[in-house]
Design a protein around this ligand. Structure first.
Ligand code: NAD
Ligand code: UGA
Length: 476
């Protein structure tokens, strides 16, 4: 196959990580990642991506400026591109109609405008990597074809050239859906060993050609039987429903954690007992303080929007309950801290262990820690927060309505625990499983409490030392 230029719009977690892995696997192609954020591009070009992902930096070194380039130059990068990935954000709308449910497609639209304006190749294959509402590929196709038609007609009028010449200039455009399933913290591993690659596109001659071109990109390292083709609607929907199903499992086990606490069962045991049935499976059955991240909630909202659009209100209600349960789990966890500690947190120092939405990432977007900490701050607590990777500025920006003296960001567990009344575990970082609880206990105010939102602290050892411990889904 001849060498091709691949362009990706958006140098975030998905855009950056996918292109690094593509570049490391496909030496026959050149990969260009374009972003409007100059700082972000500078970071990539200095081998310092502005977020943490295990294995990323090492891989980046193998391909940056060889067959992988980061730039803010849309015009020159797009002009001769054939394969163009869209990897920009698709957040939930913050205003207007369907505020808080619908998807803000402004970043996708601005990419389409760039493509329409600058992509001059006769064949243009646009690929949705971003998670988008079902039907977006059609919207993009309509927009690009409309733009192209106007452009060609203008040229006809201006140049007064032969029809033959104009026909030659007419761009062929197709939009494919190729959603991404990487999870943060394991992104590189997930991309190198995907469970499946989905490719959706139209069943036209050019549609089939485009799907084959995209398949060629993956073929170097993804076994053919793991590349699934379907129509665009199915592919777009599969992305939303995959996240919805994963989130639903977490809400399901979290609902069971509440039953366990009432009747004296242990949720970890129940998970193990259920999960050993291969029809159920053991993954995503860890009860927790609640799921977080930038996607589960937004993608379920996206699904709810779709259901409501088609008047499927019972279905919409079903998926809403997954989010309701998650919000309830976060709130009841936070309330339990106050209830257990004399229903009074005023000026009490509480140590927060972990702020990111899961381990092995520095991403705090949508983290359950935000809701829990906001509740505790609202009750007047003083929080000393330690997270191995979260950036202090991101922690500060995500919390609200507190006084400066209510927030201390620490650089170690041992500093964070001094004079605190409770340890609250909100992220399952490996280092928290190794904490010297006796040393912590000595530095803390007594009675001392542990509230374990991830079930990673050994309950018996903690109790032996003198802690009162609450773990999600264990008898109180
Ligand atoms: P992100 O916020 O990390 O990155 C988005 C990037 O797009 C930013 O760098 C931003 O500056 C850039 N951008 C905005 N407008 C642009 C434009 N017009 N041209 C070029 N760049 C522009 O987002 P992310 O976490 O990488 O997610 C991107 C998409 O992938 C979302 O739709 C998300 O739902 C989906 N997704 C995310 C994950 C994940 O784990 N984060 C996994 C699978 C899918
Ligand atoms: C998730 C999906 O796993 C990816 O396949 C998908 O590509 C991505 O969303 C996306 O579209 O953005 P991610 O959000 O990075 O990936 O992380 P997950 O590992 O799925 O965890 C999500 C949340 O659920 C975390 O807060 C995690 O702590 C929580 N969780 C997960 C639990 O509480 N219990 C579990 O058993 C599993």
């Amino acid at each position: 196959m001849t060498s091709q230029k691949v362009v990706c719009l958006g140098a975030g977690i998905v855009g950056g990580c996918t292109q690094v892995v593509f570049a490391s696997k496909c030496k026959t192609h050149d990969f260009y990642v374009v972003d409007i954020d100059e700082e972000r591009i500078k970071g990539w070009n200095n081998f310092k991506p502005n977020y943490y992902e295990p294995g990323l930096n090492k891989l980046l070194k193998t391909c940056l400026n060889k067959n992988l380039f980061f730039t803010t130059d849309f015009e020159n990068t797009l002009k001769d591109a054939t394969l163009i990935f869209l990897s920009v954000g698709t957040p939930t709308k913050q205003r207007g109609e369907m505020k808080g449910i619908g998807t803000n497609l402004s970043y996708i639209e601005s990419c389409c405008r760039m493509i329409a304006k600058y992509a001059k190749n006769e064949k243009v294959i646009v690929i949705e990597k971003s998670t988008v509402p079902v039907g977006t590929a059609q919207k993009i196709t309509n927009f690009l074809q409309e733009y192209n038609k106007n452009e060609t007609e203008n040229e006809k009028e201006n140049e007064n050239e032969t029809t033959k010449e104009n026909k030659k200039k007419q761009k062929q455009i197709v939009v494919l859906s190729n959603p991404e399933f990487l999870a943060e913290g394991t992104a590189i591993k997930n991309l190198q060993h995907p469970d499946r690659v989905l490719i959706g596109g139209p069943n036209t001659e050019f549609g089939k050609y485009a799907q084959e071109q995209l398949k060629q990109l993956y073929k170097g390292w993804v076994p053919e039987e793991k590349i699934f083709f379907s129509n665009t609607w199915s592919t777009e929907l599969s992305k939303l429903t995959s996240n919805a199903m994963l989130a639903q499992r977490v809400s399901s086990i979290n609902s069971i954690s509440q039953i366990c606490e009432e009747i004296g069962a242990e949720v970890t045991q129940v998970s193990k007992n259920m999960g050993s049935d291969p029809r159920i499976g053991s993954r995503f059955l860890n009860a927790s303080v609640g799921f977080g991240g930038s996607c589960f909630e937004k993608d379920i909202l996206n699904l709810i929007y779709l259901c409501e659009h088609y008047h499927l209100y019972v279905v919409a209600k079903y998926w809403k309950s997954v989010l309701e349960l998650n919000n309830h789990q976060k709130l009841r966890f936070a309330k339990n801290i106050a209830d257990t500690m004399f229903q009074n947190l005023e000026n009490k120092k509480i140590t927060i262990l972990g702020f990111t939405f899961k381990k092995n990432t520095d991403d705090v977007r949508g983290s359950a820690a935000i809701d829990v900490c906001n509740y505790l701050l609202g009750e007047g607590a003083i929080l000393s927060i330690y997270d191995p990777k979260a950036k202090p500025k991101h922690i500060k920006l995500s919390l609200k309505g507190y006084n400066e003296n209510q927030l201390i960001i620490c650089d170690s567990v041992s500093n964070a625990v001094i004079d605190s009344h409770a340890l609250v575990v909100l992220t399952e970082w490996d280092e928290f499983t190794q904490i010297d609880l006796s040393k912590c206990y000595q530095k803390m105010i007594h009675p001392s409490y542990i509230f374990d939102g991830r079930n990673i602290i050994n309950r018996k050892s903690a109790q032996k030392i003198g802690f009162n411990i609450y773990s999600v889904g264990f008898p109180k």
